[in-house]
Design a protein around this ligand. Structure first.
Ligand SMILES: Cc1cc2nc3c(=O)[nH]c(=O)nc-3n(C[C@H](O)[C@H](O)[C@H](O)COP(=O)(O)OP(=O)(O)OC[C@H]3O[C@@H](n4cnc5c(N)ncnc54)[C@H](O)[C@@H]3O)c2cc1C
Length: 375
């Protein structure tokens, strides 16, 4: 027995988690609509390279029937890894060989891969979730945009860290981790900056000091994205936001002035494409009282810092867990409860790993400590 397939399911958010949930529901024959506030191209330009783990993200891709297609797009050489101290000492260097368990893909490419397998009638773009009202019979009326109302049997909030669905289940809000990042980009590195390309290789370079880091990653489009990262008071990032690109570059060069020249190349080569990110998290063991008609997955349920590369994997895996729960249980409420218990168990480990890595990467002798983990 499986949960009745006639339930009307609303998925709020068309990021990787919402799209994966849609595809798995479609494959299992459920009725669903994904509501995404952005336009269809919303994901193409957004986000860096993500490593998709064999034991979680890839499990969902396999279940969805798109693992082989993913493998054709994935960059296995993106697993090249280098860990460096601020004086330029290379503490660890690994060149990826063959098919590793954590290949890279750009976030936009991943979203497009999943989306193209979903019948377009199931995705509504330009639909911003505003609020919901739950009726006594369990049904939920959602208000989108100015005042458009639609009724569903079940709502899954996959609307990211700043979820507007979450407050209907818990009053717990996201917390600032104390880490802020300035995301800078270097275009067409192989042609324009061959020395930097050779230094960085095809994957990630992590240069660490106690309170600062330069985290670089080659993306599929030939760019290197660098996250200049700081332990920083919440408001301080606003000072950086006020600077022009050239002022910002000078500021970064000042902030990292005593770092090795091999590392300063990243800042010297930056273009004007800059993003400012505060890193947030939810409490690691966040749970809520199960509601028969509303639940959460992905960053909405358990946003964590990106330092273990677990966020997107947990989002994809949640979608897998939810659809498995629908297949295993007879009715919706026990399926939701079962899903939530499994999701808490899995995401707790990912969130703890992410927090442990944050503490490790922003501590004394950070590079040496991170190397221990890789060994
Ligand atoms: C722009 C962006 C870039 C990222 N880049 C990286 C990265 O480089 N490396 C890394 O490790 N992690 C990155 N992350 C985090 C990582 O991608 C997340 O852990 C993962 O995407 C979680 O997936 P999700 O589907 O739960 O949420 P998200 O990816 O956050 O997707 C949520 C979706 O919901 C939509 N939405 C939000 N509010 C509403 C609303 N009210 N109504 C309707 N739709 C709504 C958003 O537009 C978005 O498409 C990024 C996240 C974002 C949003």
């Amino acid at each position: 027995m499986a949960v009745n397939k006639n339930h009307k399911i609303a998925i709020i958010g068309g990021g990787p988690g919402g799209l994966m949930l849609g595809l798995l529901l479609q494959n299992a024959g459920y009725q669903f609509t994904i509501f995404e506030k952005g336009e269809p191209t919303i994901n193409s330009e957004r986000g860096g390279s993500l490593d998709i783990h064999e034991e979680s993200g890839q499990v969902a891709l396999k279940e969805a029937g798109i693992l082989e297609e993913f493998k054709k797009l994935a960059r296995y050489d993106g697993e090249d890894t280098k860990i460096v101290g601020k004086d330029g000492t290379v503490y660890y260097e690994e060149t990826a060989e063959g098919e590793g368990g954590r290949p890279e893909i750009d976030r936009g490419e991943l979203c497009d891969l999943i989306r193209t397998h979903i019948d377009s009638s199931h995705i509504q773009y330009g639909y911003k979730f505003k609020s919901l009202e739950q009726f006594k019979n369990g049904q939920v009326e959602i208000t989108f945009n100015e005042n458009e109302k639609q009724i569903f049997d079940f709502v899954m909030g996959v609307d990211g860290a700043f979820s507007k669905v979450r407050p209907y289940l818990t009053s717990t809000d996201i917390e600032y981790t104390g880490i802020s990042m300035i995301e800078i980009n270097i275009d067409d590195v192989k042609n324009k900056y061959p020395d930097l390309a050779a230094y960085n290789k095809n994957g990630k370079m992590m240069a660490l000091d106690q309170n600062q880091a330069l985290l670089a990653q080659l993306n599929g489009d030939g760019r290197i994205k660098v996250y200049a990262s700081y332990r920083m008071d919440y408001d301080k990032l606003d000072d950086y936001k006020k600077l022009s690109p050239s002022e910002l570059k000078q500021q970064l060069l000042r902030d990292f002035h005593d770092w090795d020249a091999s590392l300063l190349q990243y800042i010297e080569s930056m273009n004007d494409d800059i993003l400012f990110r505060r890193i947030y998290k939810l409490p690691i063991s966040l749970t809520w009282e199960s509601n028969g008609s509303i639940s959460l997955m992905g960053d909405a349920a358990h946003v964590m810092s990106p330092f273990a590369g677990e966020g997107v994997n947990a989002a994809l895996y949640d979608a897998y867990l939810f659809v498995e729960a629908l297949k295993q249980k007879d009715t919706l409420y026990p399926a939701i409860q079962y899903y939530e218990q499994e999701m808490y168990k899995h995401s707790r480990e990912s969130a703890q790993g992410s927090q442990d890595n944050l503490e490790r990467m922003f501590s004394q002798n950070a590079a040496e400590k991170l190397v221990e983990l890789f060994k």
